[in-house]
Design a protein around this ligand. Structure first.
Ligand code: AKB
Length: 316
């Protein structure tokens, strides 16, 4: 049977790049992009697009039926900062959309699911440095609670019903094509825009707040790899730790200054500081490396060079 993919949340920061990559691999017409609105031209103009609400079971089910979808990538979610402002909606969106696809897989309507988890599943009682795969998890954010509950449900559906669901705990993701929205790690994208446009940036996190981060190409590579790996290599059915970089706002500023010497940074922490303080500073992802061969390509230098070059061209 041919792979037919549905991406839910295809116009978001990860979804838009994932759509492009999966269309390159599987062919334009085998990748159906969907979102609640037609956000990104490059997504709805390059292949099939359906406007659907991830929380509406019937809409999701009917698109799956219409295209005979085999694999679903569920990228729709409210991220950490936005979720704190609208907890009930965040819980509904993050959980209901997951239940819809898990139940469709349980009923045999789809074969495989990718569902993103996050470093937000960890909390203030988790070891912060080289956070292990299996450890204390007491998330203190709405987003983290929803992701942790989601992980438990993924593992449960795998164990009870044999649902082939695969997941990664994404760190903060940095890319130049589509802006992130509503996350605590968003500063690490915004800083590049402001460095080019204004030569200065005021960061909403403090100088020495280290967080796990990753360049988008690595995140897309990991997503494709975990979905293409033989099922027996996916030994963890909650979610895999995934790591590439760990840096502070001061460190990313230093990296930008090597290209834009006049760049300056100031710090004005807001409510997102408490969220960042509850998360790990770095992640141990040895299980992903062992089980399905994960390896990152981008270090901070390569990322800064790529971001500044592409954004300078884009902003002209
Ligand atoms: C966020 O900051 O909320 C996200 C995440 C780490 O999951 N980027």
């Amino acid at each position: 049977m041919n792979t037919k993919i549905l991406i839910i949340g295809a116009c978001g920061q990860i979804g838009s790049e994932l759509t492009a990559k999966l269309r390159e691999i599987y062919g334009l017409n085998n990748v159906i992009a969907s979102d609640i609105r037609k956000g990104e031209q490059k997504v709805f103009e390059t292949g099939p697009f359906e406007q659907i609400d991830a929380m509406d079971f019937n809409q999701v089910a009917s698109v799956i039926e219409k295209y005979q979808v085999t694999d679903v990538y569920l990228m729709a979610a409210l991220l950490s900062a936005t979720a704190e402002k609208n907890p009930a909606f965040a819980w509904d969106l993050n959980m209901n959309s997951l239940f819809h696809v898990l139940n469709l897989a349980k009923e045999g309507k789809i074969k495989k699911i990718f569902w993103p988890s996050s470093i937000a599943v960890f909390g203030p009682t988790t070891p912060r440095i080289d956070t292990p795969q299996f450890t204390v998890m007491e998330p203190s954010t709405v987003y983290g609670i929803s992701k942790q509950a989601g992980e438990r449900w993924c593992e449960y559906y795998f164990n009870k019903f044999g649902v082939d669901v695969r997941s990664i705990r994404y760190p903060g993701l940095i890319s130049w094509t589509t802006a992130p929205g509503g996350g605590t790690t968003d500063y690490a994208v915004d800083i590049y825009y402001k460095a080019i446009e204004d030569k200065k940036y005021t960061c909403f996190l403090s100088e020495n707040t280290a967080l796990p981060m990753m360049y988008m190409d690595d995140a897309i590579k990991a997503t494709v790899a975990i979905m293409q790996a033989p099922a027996e290599q996916i030994k963890i059915r909650s979610s895999y730790n995934l790591s590439a970089l760990s840096f502070t706002p001061a460190e990313i500023a230093t990296s930008i200054k090597t290209h834009i010497p006049e760049f300056t940074i100031a710090y004005d922490p807001d409510f997102r500081q408490a969220i960042a303080d509850s998360w790990p500073a770095s992640i141990d992802d040895s299980r992903a490396r062992e089980d399905w061969g994960w390896k990152n390509d981008f270090d901070m230098e390569k990322m800064t060079e790529t971001m500044l070059t592409n954004l300078t061209a884009k902003l002209q």
